[in-house]
Design a protein around this ligand. Structure first.
Ligand code: SAH
Ligand code: SF4
Ligand code: F3S
Length: 484
């Protein structure tokens, strides 16, 4: 959490032009407005940020929460009770969008009963012009709409809304800007996501992310290291380095640097215990990175390596720029270097033109690689992407049948793969008290598998040895090994 000395900011003066100073000025200004509002209401006003989509969005939401807390809003986990509700949206698949519209209708009913209520929408969906048109027309009760490129302006936009009492919309098409040093409020005290790059230049033909997140830009390594050092000083032991394609980190920097080199620098940070990253694109996974993973003491034994399809023909249509054979060779190379690595993946079923033979190639990859787990998705047509206008869209019933067969295979394999650690002792980072049983603690092994074991809350944030007693398919029941 960054701190700022508010006594040096005079909100009655003009706003500074430079970032992040400008936003700290608006935080101070919003704080004054909010104070008045809470006096009127006779209670503190609350906020709830609801996150859809990936880890990028989760990290963005922590920044939104950080700004809201600095303004003086108090967090309220139940969105129907909160005075300021923000939806940080995702549009990677159509069903993500539908959920947002459905829940907005519900929120409107709540808003009618609460005169202090504001609704803000941001994230990837807002970068689609049709979405904003629809909101402007049929969802007039929304107060604030902004996109993925100007999230740093949140405080400024809140002030604009508080002063105008009208719907405020601010969407940027793209940006080359990275604003550092804004507040953020972490969900966990002991682990944190850290953006290392933004955007994506890969244009996989099915994917909307490059259109809504803009061109790829890497943060300067010094800024990343400085952020992680601060996090470690604040109690963080595990970081998740975030980017749509971390393997191409640094290529566009003034002084280019590879992802493997960045990892070596991060490894040196004292007090940091675990390093994770996502997502790796197979086409850019270098031998240098494999070597760094092999020798590292801190990089976790887990690699998420989305394959998307096992058919080289479909991979070409997807613009993934690797073949089935290349992918399998890569897996072999990684396993030879890091034998205990856990591999996970993403798979799309029903890409346009996918035949039964293509699908069987995907099943073949799943059987050959034997993933620890796999996220399986039904292809979703995204307007504006090349795949949306491809011929031979696969009929829904055929896709459903393939999806079910794939899921069954993936689950069967992963339950076998996961059980191999039974009766071993593993280092576990303790995360929370178990949701269902308060006598159990829940933690994560280096390979990302969950472990539940009897313990107490004082263990949260610590890395402890746990003996794995029983595998329950996707998680373990274990026992804390007491130091003698
Ligand atoms: N940058 C990451 C993926 C981000 S999106 C990567 O390249 O691996 C997360 C996953 O959503 C993708 O891996 C893909 O499997 C899935 N996905 C993306 N677009 C999709 C679409 N149009 N339909 C179905 N699944 C999709
Ligand atoms: Fe989408 Fe491909 Fe970029 Fe991943 S690499 S975000 S799948 S375009
Ligand atoms: Fe969704 Fe945007 Fe992430 S579209 S998957 S939230 S980058």
């Amino acid at each position: 959490m960054n701190t700022i000395d508010y006594t040096t900011i005079d909100p009655s003066k003009g706003a500074p032009a430079r970032e992040p100073e400008r936003q700290y000025y608006f935080i101070a200004k919003a704080k004054e407005y909010l104070k008045k509002q809470s006096q009127e209401a006779g209670r503190p006003l609350t906020f709830c940020v609801t996150t859809f989509g990936c880890q990028m969005n989760a990290r963005d939401s922590e920044k939104l929460s950080g700004i809201l807390e600095q303004i003086g809003y108090v967090e309220e986990p139940d969105e129907e009770k909160a005075d300021f509700v923000i939806y940080n949206t995702c549009t990677v698949r159509e069903n993500a969008n539908q959920r947002v519209y459905g829940r907005l209708g519900q929120l409107n009913r709540v808003k009618k009963k609460n005169p202090h209520m504001m609704i803000g929408l941001c994230g990837c969906m807002m970068q689609e012009p049709e979405v904003v048109e629809k909101l402007k027309k049929s969802y007039r009760f929304v107060d604030l709409i902004f996109g993925t490129h100007n999230i740093f302006k949140f405080a400024e936009l809140i002030v604009t809304r508080m002063e105008s009492k009208r719907m405020v919309i601010d969407i940027w098409k793209d940006t080359d800007k990275i604003v550092e040093d804004l507040p953020s409020e972490r969900k966990y005290s002991f682990k944190s996501g850290v953006n290392i790059m933004f955007g994506c230049n890969n244009f996989c033909s099915y994917c909307i992310v490059p259109y809504v997140r803009g061109r790829e830009r890497s943060r300067n390594p010094e800024d990343i290291i400085r952020e992680i050092r601060r996090l470690v000083d604040d109690g963080v032991v595990e970081v998740m380095l975030l980017g749509q394609n971390v393997n191409s980190y640094g290529k566009t920097l003034e002084h280019p640097m590879s992802f493997a080199q960045l990892l070596m620098e991060i490894e040196k940070i004292e007090g940091l215990e675990r390093i994770r990253f996502m997502t790796s694109h197979p086409k850019d996974l270098s031998d240098e990175l494999i070597e760094v993973m092999r020798t590292s003491k801190k990089i976790c034994r887990h690699l998420h390596l989305p394959v998307q399809s096992g058919s080289s023909r479909i991979l070409e249509k997807m613009n993934r720029r690797y073949t089935k054979e290349h992918y399998l060779e890569l897996v072999e190379k990684i396993r030879a270097a890091v034998p205990d690595i856990s591999l996970t993946t993403d798979i799309i079923v029903g890409f346009p033109g996918e035949t039964e033979e293509d699908f069987l190639e995907t099943m073949d990859v799943v059987r050959k690689v034997r993933y620890d787990s796999a996220f399986t998705f039904i292809y979703s047509k995204r307007t504006g992407t090349p795949a949306a206008v491809m011929e031979d869209q696969v009929p829904a019933d055929v896709v459903k049948d393939r999806f079910d067969r794939l899921l069954k295979e993936v689950q069967h394999i992963s339950s076998e793969v996961c059980s191999i650690y039974t009766d071993t002792i593993q280092e576990v980072l303790v995360e929370t008290v178990n949701d269902h049983d308060s006598f159990l603690m829940t933690g994560r092994m280096s390979n990302n598998l969950l472990v539940h074991f009897p313990g107490d809350e004082s263990l949260v944030g610590r890395i402890v040895p746990v003996e794995l007693k029983e595998c329950k398919g996707f998680y373990y029941i274990g026992e804390l090994v007491r130091e003698s």
